[in-house]
Write a protein that binds this ligand. Structure first.
Ligand SMILES: *Cc1c(COP(=O)(O)O)cnc(C)c1O
Length: 417
């Protein structure tokens, strides 16, 4: 008999879990779009969007999803016929290349293994060969959501500098913004592409492009009025922020989501995601000691803190997702990119996620492994719990003082339930 009724948990790599505070902020009548509160609120988002990406660069907000940000970013810095170098190690890198190709650009693709990061040396070599300076930009996903692989963006910048090439560095951090450490300015990124429905905990519909002055100066002849970022960052009239009616309710939701991130502190947000990822890895690595399961990316330093792709054996990935959804109310991500796709599943652990939610996901997967007869190592949940304890140490002397206090002030009987 299914045990699925209760609060459903969507543990896919976007859209992510929305905080009740975000949903509540959106549950209201439309505001006046011509003046007042909405204008102030929109302006207040800009410094906070810079803060989450750790940058002083400009930021344009678009009504759109991540794909729209891919297109917007390319349009503003290229002319038709230009060449861009796409370093890819998964489906999302390939997708950005396809987008460039469809826009009349030549996408030169550097492919890397789909169980790890892109290799900065490969980028350096490709740029050194480009003696005529044909390559206008290097495109890379910080995290490729299909594989769970994370690339070292600072090392890529260093490789570009070593090659002495002046291509722009354009980074898709859709799966990592507000989850993994991401430092646009410190890492020398020229253009950052992101969206609101993953680490920023807001329903899909807003896309962001951060760009520095160097990128702004690269303006080609490809940009349409709608996607032109320069009109959006410093408009004379409010409606040009969005080239039309503002996405009013998304802005209310995003305001609260950014407040939550600011209150926690971006570094603490990163540390939380890192700790939760380590709980997941501890469990998966224990299961992997016996049977087919393994984390797609073997190298811990190249693993995302927000999404994990897991090989579970042919048919097993799909069976596990199906069992979790129908029997327990947990929705896992489908295998994406890797073949056979039914051998894989993904866990989204981005945004509004905490330790007990992760323990719930892991315990549920553990139940599925047994129910489906998938062989696995023992002790995974204890390994995750130990990892949790390691991240949350407590001074025992504080507990003893508290215990004494409770003894002299017993709880009223009426509160016993
Ligand atoms: C989710 C995602 C995208 C696509 O975003 P959409 O909103 O689905 O268009 C692109 N790149 C990465 C790395 C992503 O995680």
């Amino acid at each position: 008999m299914p045990l699925a009724n209760g609060r459903q948990y969507l543990a896919i790599p976007g859209p992510s879990v929305m905080p009740d505070e975000v949903l509540k902020a959106m549950h209201r009548a439309s505001p006046n779009i011509y003046k007042g509160e909405l204008h102030d609120l929109t302006h207040s988002l800009i410094p906070d969007l810079k803060y989450v990406a750790q940058t002083e660069a400009h930021v344009a907000i678009y009504i759109g999803n991540g794909h729209s940000a891919w297109e917007a970013s390319l349009m503003n810095v290229t002319s038709r016929g230009d060449t861009v170098l796409v370093a890819e190690a998964g489906s999302f890198g390939k997708g950005w290349a396809e987008m460039a190709d469809a826009m009349g650009l030549t996408a030169e693709i550097l492919s890397f293994s789909e169980d790890g990061p892109v290799d900065p040396q490969g980028i350096e070599d490709a740029l050194r060969k480009d003696t005529k300076g044909k390559i206008k930009a290097v495109l890379v996903c910080h995290v490729d959501t299909s594989t769970g692989g994370k690339s070292d963006i600072a090392a890529i910048r260093a490789a570009m500098d070593a090659a002495g090439h002046d291509a722009l560095l354009m980074v898709d951090c859709i799966a990592s913004l507000g989850c993994d450490r991401y430092e646009m300015d410190a890492w020398g990124i020229d253009v950052t592409v992101s969206a609101c429905q993953k680490g920023l905990m807001t329903p899909a519909g807003l896309a962001f492009v951060h760009f520095n002055d160097k990128a702004m100066a690269r303006r080609g002849d490809n940009v349409s009025r709608y996607w032109d970022w320069s009109l959006r960052v410093d408009p004379e009239v409010y409606f040009m922020h969005f080239n039309g009616t503002a996405p009013t309710h998304h802005l209310y939701g995003l305001r609260v989501a950014l407040d939550m991130i600011k209150e926690e502190g971006i570094k603490n947000v990163w540390a939380r995601h890192e700790g939760l990822a380590q709980m997941i890895w501890a469990a998966l690595e224990t299961w992997a000691q016996d049977g087919p399961m393994k984390i797609n990316v073997p190298d811990r330093t190249a693993r995302s803190w927000a999404v994990t792709s897991v090989f579970a054996g042919p048919g097993n990935g799909l069976a596990l997702q199906d069992w979790c959804e129908t029997q327990t109310g947990l929705t896992l991500g489908i295998g994406l990119g890797r073949e056979p796709s039914d051998a894989y599943y993904r866990i989204g652990h981005m945004g509004h996620v905490n330790a007990h939610m992760i323990m719930g996901v892991l315990g549920t997967i553990g139940g599925g492994l047994t129910a489906l007869g998938i062989p696995h190592g023992q002790g995974a949940l204890q390994a995750a719990a130990d990892e949790l304890a390691r991240h949350t140490p407590v001074k025992r002397s504080d507990q003893l003082i508290q215990a004494k206090g409770n003894h002299s002030n017993p709880e009223p009987a009426s509160q016993c339930c």
